[in-house]
Design a protein around this ligand. Structure first.
Ligand code: MN
Length: 258
């Protein structure tokens, strides 16, 4: 190598060293996980053309990531947008946002422990939001639902009697977050549910098994009187299943990877 070529090489090397770190590593992996979670929920029948899943930005607790307005089965990492906790998009570049993004911002604001949120309209849960029958843990996989009956959000209390039932403002999102309180899941009367968790795999797990528990509880109620998990059983089973969430995630992920 002659001297000019050597100097160009040094310059190129120092430019590379000064360049910002590539967008690989945890943030990119998490954006990919948001996309995978959308496709898993669709593949497992928890969401259809509607519904969404978000994650709090792992590097900035005042932001979260959520796909642009589109069917969950089609989401890729490139569709994931950044929002602040008022649910204002920060990098939309003209992309449309979900009407119900306020669900996510309001809950992240109210619940510092929550890192991921699923919103879905899974049919099996609807009867428990519109009747007087509470949704409770009826089998061990639904243990995180607890034994007292999960809270039900009544949009009329905040939005009056003529809303379109969508949580389409921060006022409605805040009201939903108040109904959720410290619970893992809330039903939304005549609409669906929201499941919250400490990670994306756990949020997907909770949404999936909320739907399963609702299906099973409905079937058991039609057969006669039902024996639910006690508070102690629900607590112990929840502790046990926390370490097993990864197993389902790996399985579900494989089915939608391409
Ligand atoms: Mn909805």
């Amino acid at each position: 190598m002659d001297r000019p070529q050597f100097l160009l090489g040094v310059l190129a090397a120092s430019a590379a060293a000064a360049a910002p770190a590539p967008a690989a590593g945890p943030p990119a992996a998490t954006r990919e996980d948001v996309a995978v979670a959308n496709r898993v929920l669709a593949h497992e029948g928890v969401v259809d053309g509607f519904g969404h899943v978000s994650v709090r930005d792992p590097a900035d607790a005042s932001r979260y990531w959520l796909a642009r307005s589109m069917a969950p089965a089609l989401v890729t990492a490139a569709d994931v947008l950044t929002y602040d906790l008022e649910s204002t998009p920060l990098d939309a570049n003209g992309a449309t946002s979900y009407l119900e993004r306020f669900i996510h911002g309001a809950i992240y604001k109210a619940r510092p422990d929550v890192q991921s949120i699923v919103h879905a309209h899974t049919p099996a849960v609807i009867p428990f939001g519109v009747s007087s029958v509470p949704l409770r843990a009826v089998f061990h996989m639904g243990a995180f639902l607890g034994s007292d009956g999960i809270p039900v959000f009544e949009i009329r209390d905040t939005g009056g009697s003529a809303t379109d039932l969508l949580v389409s403002s921060n006022a409605l999102g805040d009201a939903l977050a108040r109904t959720l309180g410290g619970a893992n899941v809330a039903l939304m009367r005549g609409h669906g549910m929201v499941a919250v968790a400490g990670s994306i795999p756990e949020a997907v797990f909770r949404a999936y098994y909320t739907a399963q528990d609702a299906q099973l509880e409905g079937e058991a109620l039609r057969m006669g009187s039902v024996k639910f998990l006690t508070a102690d059983e629900a607590r112990h089973a929840t502790q046990t299943q926390t370490s097993l969430v990864a197993r389902s995630w790996e399985l579900w992920k494989r089915a939608v990877s391409h």
